[in-house]
Design a protein around this ligand. Structure first.
Ligand SMILES: NC(=O)c1ccc[n+]([C@@H]2O[C@H](COP(=O)([O-])OP(=O)(O)OC[C@H]3O[C@@H](n4cnc5c(N)ncnc54)[C@H](O)[C@@H]3O)[C@@H](O)[C@H]2O)c1
Length: 414
């Protein structure tokens, strides 16, 4: 089976490598540097499994049928499936996702592969696929939500929580194509997943083929629930901080209820990363005239939390003459190279607004400044100069200056 993938970011690259174990996969990107790296067996992103797959392929130890290209004819001609994994940034002006890259990729696929089944893996507004199918008079477009976490992108596809594909339920051909697509992803997963036992007593990877709009809703409601959980424990932490209580003890006690459960409860400066901020806003936009309270509150709670964190930092340096606030890493999570929409950026804007001097330690940022703040790679000098060191996530690098550190990473994990 020939499969094309448009976009070699977290989603496109992990899905492409997964499928290239059993299929001929051509991954196309519009950024020449990315394609050049991939062609040399190097990963453009930090991800253990992606790196291992690419290096193994280059050395011949893990022969994959994987090809990176800039050439649409090579990628798309003769493809049975074409997966679209391009960005869908939130357009603050229109209050909606910008889906232009998805549509550009679909147009390019159709030029070379009129018959291919197109599967959108980008996160899109609820109702988008159905509208697009009608607008383009193209009934070979499906949607499959992606649930991976950055930094564990390929791992999450090798061990998927579930595989979901959307096709109009009254279009039998499309439903069959969606089932086929689900089986291709399942075949790429770690074979041990076939026997795994799920929390509900079922075995193997749960597979769902639902309507395209339901599949889109699954993605946005899942991410909004995750944002809700982060916002909830952050707001608990805000309360504990404001009242001088031990947030750790409270969270431990709360999460012992099996209906609440452990994990994903470690306070932070706010939910961030590429997906949660934009996906919650898109779901809120989708509600439009439908009554709601919670979804809006989830979006607002993140702003309130970042303001609270900024106030706490400002309080720490009150009375210090010309204080320097050190920002330890711009990334959201430890072990990540990505700081798209990281919560610390909004906190920094507040600090700058207060006229504070901000110095960033970020070894992966190779410019002298970030958002108008100085950046250093010299950790020792950074630790020396900063009056307070702000770290969304703790790192043992900071152990010798722990009294300067401001973090809410109570459990020292993501
Ligand atoms: N990153 C995540 O954790 C994650 C998880 C689930 C879903 N998603 C969704 O998947 C989509 C992609 O996210 P990502 O994190 O992989 O993005 P990314 O920015 O890492 O990668 C997107 C890639 O698409 C390329 N591209 C842009 N326009 C193109 C075009 N016309 N043709 C071919 N390639 C093109 C870009 O150069 C880039 O390499 C988004 O909609 C996102 O919301 C992301």
């Amino acid at each position: 089976m020939k499969i094309a993938v448009a976009g070699t970011g977290y989603v496109g690259l992990s899905v492409a490598l997964l499928l290239s174990q059993h299929n001929e996969v051509h991954a196309l990107d519009i950024v020449p540097e990315k394609v050049a790296m991939l062609s040399q067996g190097k990963s453009p992103i930090v991800d253990k499994e992606i790196t291992a797959f690419l290096e193994g392929n280059a050395s011949g130890e893990r022969p994959l049928n994987f090809h990176a290209t800039l050439d649409p004819a090579q990628a798309y001609t003769g493809a049975d499936f074409a997966i679209v994994a391009t960005p869908t940034n939130y357009d603050e002006r229109r209050n909606y996702f910008d889906t232009s890259s998805v549509e550009a990729a679909i147009a390019a696929v159709r030029e070379h592969a009129p018959e291919a089944w197109i599967v959108i893996k980008s996160t899109i507004p609820v109702g988008y696929t159905s509208q697009l199918r009608q607008r383009l008079h193209d009934h070979r477009i499906l949607f499959s939500p992606e649930f991976l976490r950055e930094g564990r992108a390929l791992w999450d596809n090798l061990h998927p929580s579930r595989i979901v594909a959307g096709a109009p339920q009254d279009d039998e051909e499309a439903v069959q194509a969606a089932r086929k697509f689900v089986s291709l992803l399942a075949d790429g997963a770690d074979p041990r997943e076939k026997d795994r036992e799920n929390a509900d007593g079922t075995r193997g990877i749960p597979e769902l083929v639902v309507g395209t709009t339901e599949a889109e809703a699954i993605k946005l409601f899942a991410n909004t629930y995750l944002a809700l959980r982060v916002a909830y424990f952050n707001e608990l932490d805000t309360y504990a901080e404001a009242r001088g209580l031990d947030a750790r003890a409270i969270i431990n006690g709360v999460c012992l209820d099996p209906r609440i459960g452990p994990g994903y409860n470690n306070p932070s400066f706010g939910y961030g990363g590429y997906c949660l901020p934009k996906d919650t806003k898109q779901l809120l936009a989708n509600y439009a005239s439908v009554p709601q309270n919670l979804i809006e509150a989830i979006v607002d709670a993140n702003r309130t939390r970042k303001d609270f964190v900024a106030d706490e930092i400002i309080e720490r340096v009150r009375g210090v003459e010309e204080p320097t606030v050190g920002i330890y890493r711009l990334t959201m999570k430890s072990g990540s190279d990505n700081f798209r929409q990281s919560a610390i950026q909004d906190v920094m804007k507040r600090l700058r607004g207060e006229g504070l001097n901000v110095l960033i330690y970020e070894p992966t940022w190779n410019q002298p400044e970030f958002l108008g703040n100085a950046v250093t790679h010299d950790l020792a000098a950074f630790k020396n100069v900063a009056d307070v060191i702000v770290a969304n996530r703790w790192n043992d690098d900071l152990a010798d200056v722990s009294e300067k550190v401001f973090t809410r990473d109570l459990f020292k994990r993501d």
